[in-house]
Ligand binder design. Structure first.
Ligand code: ME8
Length: 660
C-alpha cells in the first residue's frame, strides 16, 4: 500500500436538503481524493452528517417525527445526491452511529477526569442555526455575527473546556506549520479576531434539550454539538475503538492530511479542534483549507430568501460532470464567487461542448475518415508536433503543482491549455489536406499526435470529470497501463493500433440564450412550468426523488395551503410554442374565463390529445412569461422517473369547480 492521504469534508447538518454550496466542498474534496488515488496514494476520503443538537431536534418536532426517523430520510437524500455527483467517499460517518457516540462519551469523561473540562454556569448568547455561543461583545446589532439571525439568551449549568490553557501551544503550532491554515490569508483573521482578544473557555455541554450524546457522569448534560461533531474525524477511522482493526486504521490514517471546510467554520477547525486534540495527546491535522462561498446575486444562499440552488435539479439537467466542472472551474478555491446561470451555461457550452467535446469527437471522426478508425503508427515528429508534445509535458507538471496546492480552477485551466492548443494544432496541420495530398506518413504522425494529447487530457480529467474522462478512455481503447499517472510523462506511452469508436458527442451543445432563460425558470422558485427538468445528452440515469426527500421541506399549515386556488379547467385548444420544443400553449376554460397556460409537457403529450381533458389548475399564480409567451396559471401533473401525467379532474365536475 502506498503513502496514506486522509481528506475530510465538514459533516453537514441534515436539518434540510443540502444545496449547491455543500456540493462545492464535497466535489472539491472528491477531485483531490481521486487525484491522490491516481498518484498511488492510499486515500481515505471521509464525509458524513452532524446529526445532534437543538436545531435538528426542533426540525424533527416540526415534522412530527422522532429525530432518527426524520434524519434517516434526509440522509438517504444526501447519499443519493453524492451518488449522483459521483462522490467517491470511502466512509460516511453519522454522529448518531454507535461507533461515534460511545467514543465521544468516553472521551468527554476522560477530559473531565484530567481537568481539561470542568463544570460551571454559562450565561450568554446562543445562535441555534449556527449552534454557536457568543459573548455580548461579539454580537452585531444584537444578532449572530456569523449568520445575522436572532440569538437567544441562555443561562444554564454547563461544562467548559479550558481552551485558554492551550493558546500558547496553538500559536506555536501555527508558527511552526505555516501550511496549517490555508489559504494563508485566513490566518491573520483567526489570530486577530478570536485569539488576540483572549480565547475564552468553551462551553461544551447543554441541558436545555436532549437530542445528543449524554455525558456519562451527568446525563442531563448533552455534549455540545461542536465537540461532538469535530471528533467525527477521529471516531470514523477507529480512534479508541474496541476493535483492533479499527484502531490500526486510526494509526494508519491519522493525522488528517487536510480538512476541507468553508470559511464559516474555519475557527472551529483551526482553534477548538487542535486544542481538543492537544488535550487528547494526539497529533494535529496537517492542513485545514477554508474555501470561499458560493453566493447568489442577492447575497448568501438561504432558504428564507428562497435563493437556494438544488444540486439535483442541475445534475438532472446537465449530468454530474458538467456540475462538477463548473464548481471546480468557476471560482478560484479559497475565494468567494457568484453563481449565475450565464456563467454555468457558458462554461458548459464553451469549455465542455466546444473545446473538449469537439476535440474528442473530431479526432475520432478523422481517424475513421482517414485511417479506418485505427490509431496509426507515427513517423518522425515535425517541430509543430514537438511543440505539442512539449506543451503536454509542461501541462502535466503544472497540473500536478496546482492540484497539490488545491488550486482546482488553475489546474483545469492548465488542462484546457492543452485542449485548446490541440484544437489549434489540428487546424494548423489540417489532416484533411494531408489526406487529400496522400501524404500518408505525415497524416499518420499528426493523427497519432492528436490521440497522444487526448490520452493525456483524459487522464488529467479523471479526478474532475470522471464520467467523461472514463468515456474518452473507453472510446479510444486506452489500456490500463496507458492511463496511469506515470504514463503521462511519456507522450508515446501508448501502443498505436487500437480501434477508436466514433462515439457520441460528450456534452450537448446548448443554445446559450435559450438555455439561460430555461435555467432561470428552473432555478427560480415558483416557476410556472411544472415538469421542465429533462435529462439531456449524456446525462446519467438518475434515481427519482422519493417521498423521503419531500418530507424534508418545511411543513406548511392549512392556511398556507388554502392560499393556493385550485380549480377544474377544461382544455379547449392546445398547440406547440414556436422554437420551444418542451412547451405547449393551452387555452383552458375556467368557467367564467379562459386562461392561456404554458406548460413544459410537450415531450409527453401531443397537443390534440389534450383537447377536451379536464385538468386541475393553480388559478391564482402570478402570470409569467415563458419563452416570451404569457402563462396565466399552472396545471398539475404527476411525474415519476421519465413519466409525466397530467392530473385529470372527475368528468362530472364543471370548469371552474373549486378543488380543495
Ligand atoms: O457547519 N458556499 O454544517 P453545515 C460554499 N455541521 N460552501 C458552502 C456554502 C456556500 N454557499 N454553504 C455551505 C456545519 N457550504 C457543521 C460542520 S464539521 C465538524 C461540522 C459548505 O451543514 C461549507 O463547507 O452548515 C461549509 O463550511 C459547510 O457547507 C457548512 O455546512
Amino acid at each position: 500500500m502506498g503513502e496514506t492521504f486522509y481528506i475530510t469534508t465538514p459533516i453537514y447538518y441534515p436539518n434540510d436538503k443540502l444545496h449547491i454550496g455543500h456540493s462545492y466542498t464535497t466535489v472539491a474534496a472528491d477531485a483531490l481524493a481521486r487525484y491522490k488515488r491516481l498518484r498511488g496514494f492510499d486515500v481515505m476520503y471521509l464525509t458524513g452528517t452532524d446529526e445532534h443538537g437543538q436545531k435538528i431536534q426542533t426540525r424533527a418536532k416540526e415534522a412530527n417525527q422522532p429525530p432518527i426517523e426524520f434524519l434517516n430520510d434526509i440522509i438517504a437524500w444526501i447519499k443519493d445526491l453524492w451518488t449522483r455527483l459521483d462522490i467517491s467517499y470511502d466512509d460516511f460517518i453519522r454522529t448518531t452511529e454507535e461507533r461515534h457516540k460511545s467514543v465521544v462519551a468516553k472521551l468527554f469523561d476522560r477530559l473531565v477526569k484530567q481537568g481539561d473540562i470542568y463544570l460551571g454556569t454559562y450565561e450568554g448568547w446562543y445562535c441555534t442555526p449556527c449552534e454557536s455561543f457568543w459573548n455580548e461583545r461579539d454580537l452585531v446589532s444584537g444578532k449572530c455575527p456569523d449568520c445575522g439571525r436572532d440569538v437567544s439568551f441562555v443561562k444554564e449549568e454547563s461544562y467548559f473546556f479550558r481552551m485558554s490553557k492551550y493558546v500558547d501551544r496553538l500559536l506555536q503550532y501555527y508558527d511552526e506549520h505555516p501550511d496549517f491554515i490555508l489559504p494563508e490569508s485566513r490566518k491573520a483573521e483567526m489570530v486577530n479576531n478570536f485569539i488576540k482578544p483572549g480565547l475564552q473557555d468553551l462551553c461544551v455541554s447543554r441541558t436545555s434539550f436532549d437530542w445528543g450524546i449524554h455525558v456519562p457522569e451527568h446525563p442531563e448534560h448533552v455534549v455540545y454539538v461542536w465537540l461532538d461533531a469535530l471528533t467525527n474525524y477521529i471516531t470514523a477511522i477507529g480512534y479508541d475503538s474496541p476493535d483492533e482493526n479499527e484502531r490500526e486504521k486510526f494509526e494508519r490514517y491519522w493525522p488528517a492530511d487536510v480538512h476541507f471546510v468553508g470559511k464559516d467554520i474555519m475557527r472551529f477547525h483551526v482553534i477548538y479542534w487542535p486544542i481538543i486534540l492537544m488535550a487528547l495527546g494526539l497529533p494535529l491535522p496537517k492542513r485545514v483549507y477554508g474555501h470561499g462561498f458560493f453566493m447568489m446575486k442577492d447575497g448568501k444562499m438561504s432558504k428564507s430568501k428562497g435563493n437556494v440552488i438544488d444540486p439535483k435539479l442541475l445534475i438532472n439537467r446537465y449530468g454530474s460532470d458538467a456540475i462538477r466542472y463548473f464548481l471546480l472551474r468557476e471560482i478560484p478555491f479559497g475565494q468567494d464567487g457568484v453563481f449565475t446561470p450565464e456563467a454555468l451555461v457558458q462554461r458548459l457550452n464553451f469549455d465542455l461542448a466546444n473545446d473538449l467535446g469537439n476535440l474528442v469527437h473530431r479526432t475520432a471522426a478523422m481517424l475513421h475518415r482517414f485511417a479506418g478508425g485505427v490509431v496509426p503508427q507515427k513517423s518522425a515528429y515535425d517541430p509543430v508536433d514537438e511543440a505539442l508534445v512539449g506543451l503536454a509535458n509542461a501541462v502535466v507538471n503544472d497540473f500536478a503543482t496546482h492540484m497539490d496546492e488545491m488550486q482546482f480552477s488553475v489546474a483545469l485551466t492548465d488542462v484546457w491549455r492543452l485542449v485548446r492548443q490541440t484544437n489549434k494544432y489540428i487546424d494548423e496541420t489540417a489532416p484533411w489536406a494531408l489526406n487529400k495530398a496522400q501524404n500518408t506518413d505525415r497524416l499518420n504522425t499528426v493523427l497519432y499526435t492528436m490521440v497522444g494529447a487526448i490520452r493525456i487530457i483524459a487522464v488529467l480529467l479523471l479526478p474532475a470529470i470522471p464520467r467523461a474522462a472514463a468515456a474518452i478512455v473507453e472510446q479510444y481503447s486506452f489500456k490500463p497501463a496507458e492511463t496511469t499517472w506515470d504514463s503521462l510523462f511519456d507522450y508515446e506511452a501508448f501502443a498505436a493500433g487500437q480501434t477508436v469508436e466514433q462515439g457520441q458527442p460528450l456534452f450537448p451543445r446548448l443554445e446559450v440564450e435559450k438555455e439561460i432563460e430555461e435555467l432561470m425558470n428552473l432555478t427560480h422558485v415558483g416557476s410556472a412550468i411544472a415538469p421542465s427538468v429533462e435529462p439531456q445528452g449524456e446525462a446519467p440515469k438518475q434515481p427519482t426523488e422519493t417521498a423521503s426527500s419531500r418530507e424534508e421541506t418545511s411543513m406548511i399549515d392549512i392556511d398556507t395551503f388554502h392560499q393556493v386556488e385550485l380549480r377544474v379547467g377544461l382544455i379547449e385548444a392546445a398547440d406547440k410554442v414556436e422554437k420551444a420544443d418542451k412547451l405547449l400553449r393551452l387555452q383552458v376554460n375556467l368557467g367564467e374565463e379562459t386562461r392561456q397556460i404554458v406548460s413544459g409537457i410537450a415531450a409527453f403529450y401531443q397537443p390534440q390529445d389534450l383537447v377536451g381533458k379536464k385538468i386541475i389548475v393553480v388559478a391564482n399564480l402570478k402570470p409569467a412569461k415563458l419563452r416570451g409567451v404569457e402563462s396565466q396559471g399552472m396545471l398539475l401533473a404527476a411525474s415519476h422517473g421519465d413519466a409525466v401525467h397530467v392530473i385529470e379532474a372527475p368528468a362530472d365536475m364543471p370548469p371552474g369547480a373549486v378543488v380543495s
